[in-house]
Design a protein around this ligand. Structure first.
Ligand code: SF4
Length: 183
């Protein structure tokens, strides 16, 4: 298979997507879908019934693809990224931007498009959630692709996806996660 024919999880090569729905509305919708016992039971029921789970996952895919360019990584970072999907970054960075973003905030791979992370920071800040971008996002678990991130979230599997800075430990998050001490 040639490089041009290769496919990455989520189908096709990722391109930066500007969400079709505002961040404030998205944060409000999140409250409706916030994990609660009834949703946890629904998620458990769906996982026991594969046809229902497939339909539910399909509905999630269609909805989030239209609104955010979702690629169904199954571990949704949207609430921490101003409701901008990090998997539409051509490098699929969960913590960005990379060093290639231009001074005008353009993507290095698609210079005609705005960097996903610039969009994320602007949307989060506009909605009063700028501090969310201080979280360190864990690497993607590739076994979760094409699974429902809503069900995963309701089942508590997303707990700890974003790691908060610690007031007790001033080391940069990545260094703290790796257990490194400054020289
Ligand atoms: S589930 Fe993954 S691919 Fe889909 S919007 Fe969330 S972060 Fe992006």
């Amino acid at each position: 298979m040639g490089v041009d024919e290769q496919r990455v999880p989520g189908g096709g090569w990722p391109r930066p997507v500007v969400p079709r729905i505002g961040a404030r509305v998205s944060y409000a919708l999140h409250h409706l879908l916030a994990a609660k016992p009834a949703y946890r039971r629904l998620g458990a029921w769906l996982e026991r019934r594969r046809p229902a789970y497939r339909w539910f996952t399909w509905a999630e895919r269609v909805t989030k693809e239209q609104l955010y360019g979702c690629r169904m990584c199954g571990q949704c970072a949207l609430p921490d990224t101003g409701y901008t999907c990090p998997m539409t970054c051509p490098k699929q960075l969960r913590n960005g931007p990379c060093g290639g973003v231009s001074a005008e905030g353009r993507c290095e791979v698609h210079p005609e498009l705005v960097c996903v992370w610039v969009t994320a920071i602007e949307r989060a800040q506009d909605a009063g959630h700028g501090a969310d971008l201080d979280l360190l996002q864990r690497p993607v678990d590739h076994r979760e692709w094409d699974r429902s991130s809503w069900v995963n979230y309701w089942q508590g599997r997303d707990d700890g996806l974003g790691i908060a800075p610690s007031e007790d430990d001033p080391r940069p998050l990545l260094r703290r996660e790796l257990g490194l001490r400054p020289r």
